[in-house]
Unconditional design. Structure first.
Length: 154
């Protein structure tokens, strides 16, 4: 029975590089998500990360930042608030405006997840050869630049 093989980036096949990166990055991201089994969905974790970086946001601004519809944000924020990970605060200048902000508990949850994922990556990196680690270190800036796409909303 013939076996399927995947083209390697080492073969110099440029057309396969995007496919290979897609598979590897997707699998790594999935594995890292599983490591932090904190009981919240990836959407809720993303909301917490956005609030940690951006500070308090209105529901509309948060929905836009997460690229989801407002009802999705409302349901996720309800759950995060019930879990004590965010809180809603009314604006003093305009009581119709409510901003969502991350709590210390939410920050701690994110920090613990980062510690777990970082420890995993450190273990995996130690298992690689010095040449492989150097190749990854050299590739990291280019991978970061892949994220600097002005056509994609963050």
């Amino acid at each position: 029975m013939p076996t399927a093989t995947r083209p390697s980036s080492r073969s110099g096949a440029r057309a396969g590089l995007a496919d290979e990166l897609l598979v590897v990055v997707t699998r790594l991201a999935r594995r890292l998500r599983r490591l932090a089994d904190d009981g919240i969905s990836p959407t809720m974790r993303s909301i917490l990360n956005t609030l940690e970086k951006a500070g308090p946001l209105t529901h509309g601004d948060l929905a836009q930042a997460e690229r989801v519809r407002p009802p999705t944000i409302t349901a996720a924020v309800d759950r995060l608030e019930q879990d004590g990970l965010v809180l809603r605060e009314r604006c003093d200048q305009d009581r119709r405006v409510t901003r969502v902000q991350i709590t210390d508990t939410g920050r701690e949850l994110l920090a613990e997840g980062r510690r777990q994922r970082t420890a995993y990556l450190e273990r995996r990196l130690r298992a690689l050869s010095a040449d492989d680690r150097a190749a990854l270190a050299a590739a990291a800036p280019a991978l970061e630049r892949l994220l600097d796409d002005p056509d994609v909303l963050r």
